[in-house]
Design a protein around this ligand. Structure first.
Ligand code: PEP
Ligand code: MG
Length: 324
C-alpha cells in the first residue's frame, strides 16, 4: 500500500467515541522537535536528553543544557514536553557518566542509578531543566529513567521539586516498577512505560540481539500483563491520593498502530512515538471506541504467544489493510 493512503494527521487524536488520546513525539534534539511539531504532535512525550550530549567527554555545563532543552521547548510553546533525565549506560553510554568495566551493563549503573556513582550531575540537570522551563512558555514534565522502587521514585520526585519543577514522574521499564506501580505512583505524578526496556527485562532478552527478536516483542502477553498492572496500579494510586496519575507509553510499542489500540485498551492515556508513526497510529485509533480497544486488549492478553496476539488483534482492525 502507498503512504498516501494514510490521511494526514490533523494534530488532535480522538477515538470513534470522542475520547481524546494525545499523540506525542519522541525526540532527541530541537531539530527533531520542529519536525515533530510539523507532523502534528500535540507535545513531546519523551525528550531523550542523553542524545543531546552523546559526543561529550565531560558533563555539559548548565548553560549548555539550558540551550539544548530550550531548543526543544521553543518548538512546542505552551504544550506538554516530557523531559527525561540522562539515561546513560548500556545501549547509550556517556563517557562522563557511564561506569566502565561492568559485566552486565544493562543490569548495571544506568539511568537514575548513576546518581549514586556521579552525585551532583542529576541535580545540575534538574536545575538546567527548571531554568529552561522558566525561560519558555512550556508545560514541562520531568521524569527519571530506570526507576525500580518506590523509594527511588520518592527520592527523584523530591529532587525535582527542590529544583522547582512542578510535575515529576518516572519511567516504568523495569518489571519491579510495574509490579509496584501503585506504590510508585503514590510518590510520583505520572508514569511513562518504556516498552523497549520493559520487554528486554521481562523476557530476559537483550534488546540489541537480532536472534532474540521473537522474545523481544512487546506483543508478548507477559509484557502486556505488566502494562495492565501498571495502569491498574495507577488507578489505585489515583483513588488513594485523590490526584490524577496518568500513564503513557513512550517505547516503540506505541508506534505500532494495532498495538497502540491494545495499549489504550489496557488503560494508557497518551502515546509517544517517532514523528513518522503519528499519522498511521491516528488513522487506526479513530476507527475504534474505548470499548473496542478494551475488548482487543483482552484478546491480546489471553493469547498464547506474541504472534498469536498480534494476528488476532490485526484481524479485527480492517483499516490496517488500507494502510499497508
Ligand atoms: C524504552 O526503554 O522503551 C524507552 C522509551 O527508552 P529507551 O529506548 O531510550 O531506553
Ligand atoms: Mg529505556
Amino acid at each position: 500500500a502507498q503512504a498516501s493512503q494514510i490521511p494526514a494527521f490533523s494534530g488532535e487524536n480522538f477515538l470513534s467515541d470522542g475520547l481524546h488520546i494525545p499523540l506525542l513525539a519522541n525526540v532527541g534534539t530541537g531539530e527533531d522537535a520542529l519536525k515533530a511539531a510539523a507532523a502534528g504532535a500535540e507535545g513531546v512525550g519523551l525528550l531523550r536528553t542523553e542524545f543531546c550530549f552523546l559526543d561529550r567527554e565531560s558533563e555539559p555545563t548548565v548553560e549548555e543544557q539550558i540551550t539544548a532543552y530550550g531548543g526543544v521547548l521553543a518548538a512546542f510553546p505552551g504544550k506538554k514536553v516530557v523531559i527525561r533525565t540522562l539515561d546513560a549506560g548500556a545501549d547509550k553510554p556517556l563517557p562522563f557518566l557511564t561506569v566502565a568495566d561492568e559485566h552486565n551493563p544493562a543490569l548495571g549503573v544506568r539511568g537514575y542509578r548513576t546518581d549514586t556513582t556521579s552525585p551532583g550531575v542529576l541535580e545540575r540537570q534538574l536545575q538546567a531543566i527548571a531554568m529552561a522551563t522558566a525561560a519558555h512558555d512550556a508545560d514541562v514534565w520531568v521524569m527519571a529513567p530506570m526507576i525500580s522502587t518506590a523509594e527511588e521514585a520518592a527520592n527523584f520526585t523530591a529532587m525535582a521539586r527542590a529544583a522547582g519543577l512542578a510535575t515529576a514522574g518516572v519511567m516504568v521499564e523495569v518489571p519491579s516498577a510495574a509490579l509496584t506501580a501503585s506504590a510508585i505512583l503514590g510518590e510520583a505524578d505520572f508514569a511513562s512505560l518504556g516498552t523497549n526496556d520493559l520487554t528486554q527485562y521481562t523476557m530476559a532478552a537483550d534488546r540489541q540481539l537480532g536472534p532474540l527478536a521473537t522474545l523481544n516483542d512487546p506483543w508478548q502477553p507477559a509484557v502486556l500483563q505488566l502494562i495492565k498492572l501498571t495502569a491498574d496500579g495507577a488507578f489505585q494510586a489515583q483513588v488513594t491520593t485523590g490526584l490524577p496519575k496518568p500513564v503513557g507509553v513512550c517505547g516503540e510499542a506505541a508506534a505500532d498502530p494495532a498495538l497502540a489500540v491494545v495499549l489504550v485498551g489496557l488503560g494508557v492515556s497518551t502515546l509517544s512515538m517517532s514523528a513518522r508513526a503519528l499519522a498511521p497510529v491516528a488513522a487506526v485509533l479513530t476507527t475504534v471506541s474505548l470499548a473496542d480497544a478494551q475488548r482487543l486488549a483482552a484478546v491480546a492478553l489471553h493469547a498464547k504467544s506474541a504472534s498469536a496476539a498480534r494476528q488476532a488483534v490485526r484481524e479485527q482492525l480492517p483499516i490496517l489493510e488500507q494502510l499497508g
